[in-house]
Design a protein around this ligand. Structure first.
Ligand code: ADP
Ligand code: MG
Length: 367
């Protein structure tokens, strides 16, 4: 029953009850009435007796009316208060729930068995709204958390090259300029670290820009030409490798050519950085159901299942190191950039690998 119908029925019921009480009491008082000599009104035989009887009747009716009205008023006040309290209990529960949610308990929902009646429907509508709000809040919380972690990781990553540069500068101040071989080494390391820091800052800026969701350039991009460029660049960097390019048909997507070039470049750079010298690799291009497919596969050490899940995390790097103990590759942002660029083109990237049998990175872009 809706709240409106219940209110109308309660009011009508209470008024009927009040009228019934007053009318019943008055009727009873009149019906039982006898004159002072025990006779009924119409049996009175003298005019004086009739006048006296009518006076007495009038005052009796007035008393009964006043008495029963007062009694009905008191009774009905209690009854109405009880009924209204009972009727408004769902609203009270809503107020309690709202206060609880306001105090930070975001999982709290309003109990309502069925979406029937105003209160039930209101409860269900509020619960749906609360679900949406909670989702948005959690999303904001997690994006804030990601940002915090990004800033913390970035500061941590930048600290190493800064410390190195500072160390060499100090060495220089203490007189390394008098020792040419030390000086050359210091200069080389300062340059290398400054370069590393520079490219890390560039990568972070690019990621920040992609995170903002700024519109990218959208032009037709011939993936085959991009892949050929990237493969020949990789050859130039590491002439000892065989990097194949397989492409049955030309594949053209709409997107930002510079960024897509960076995607292939980053994937190939990883093959150079994270597989032993001479390991062959292949870039494959194709189409699959409305998508362009770009695959970079190598025959290197591959990745474990746990590593495969983490490769696209920002600043995450594998543990392999160079002979001198330094980490290989960059700052762990290469694949994060790949993922962000591909996502901004409406596509997706996956890593698949069997440890020992090489890694395959597959990019799908809408055609
Ligand atoms: N082709 C690959 N074979 C094996 N491991 C890889 C390959 N590509 C990426 N990885 C692993 O993924 C990690 C993250 O890659 P990336 O984001 O490009 O960072 P970076 O190259 O700067 O270390 C690398 O440190 C490496 O451990
Ligand atoms: Mg890399």
């Amino acid at each position: 029953m809706t709240l409106r119908t219940r209110l109308v029925l309660t009011t009508v019921g209470l008024v009927t009850l009040a009228l019934g009480l007053v009318a019943g009491a008055t009727f009873g008082a009149l019906q039982d009435w006898r004159g002072s000599d025990g006779s009924r009104l119409l049996a009175m035989n003298t005019p004086e007796a009739l006048v006296a009887a009518s006076d007495e009747l009038t005052s009796r009716v007035a008393w009964v009316l006043a008495g029963t009205s007062a009694a009905a008023l008191v009774l009905l006040t209690f009854l109405a208060a009880h009924l209204i309290r009972k009727g408004l209990r769902p609203l009270d529960r809503m107020v309690e729930a709202a206060a609880d949610i306001g105090a930070g308990n975001l999982e709290r929902r309003i109990e309502a068995a069925r979406p029937v009646g105003e209160v039930g429907r209101l409860a269900h509508a509020l619960n749906a709204m609360l679900g949406q709000l909670e989702g948005a809040f959690r999303q904001r919380e997690s994006s804030e958390e990601r940002l915090r972690r990004f800033v913390a990781d970035a500061s941590h990553e930048l600290r190493t090259p800064i410390a190195t540069i500072r160390g060499y500068a100090e060495l220089f101040r203490r007189g390394a300029d008098g020792r040419p071989e030390d000086l050359a080494r210091a200069m080389h390391r300062i340059e290398a670290e400054a370069g590393r820091m520079g490219s890390m800052v560039d990568e972070m800026l690019l990621l920040a820009r992609l995170d903002q969701g700024r519109p990218l350039e959208r032009t037709p991009v011939d993936l085959m030409a991009l892949a050929a460029d990237a493969v020949s660049d990789a050859h130039a960097m590491d002439p000892g490798r065989v990097i194949g390019l397989e492409c049955a048909t030309p594949v053209t997507v709409t997107g930002d050519p510079l960024r897509l070039r960076q995607v292939i470049g980053n994937l190939l750079k990883n093959v150079l950085d994270h597989t032993p010298p001479g390991t062959p690799a292949v870039v494959r291009l194709g189409r699959e159901g409305g998508h362009a497919l770009l695959e970079v596969a190598d025959e290197g050490p591959g990745l474990s299942e746990e590593q495969t899940e983490r490769v696209f995390e920002r600043f995450w790097r594998g543990e392999h190191r160079q002979a001198d103990g330094r980490r290989l590759g960059g700052s762990g942002l290469g694949l994060s950039i790949v993922a962000a660029v591909v996502a901004s083109h409406g596509g997706e990237v996956r890593a698949a690998s069997t440890p020992g049998a090489g890694a395959t990175f597959t990019v799908r872009l809408p055609l």
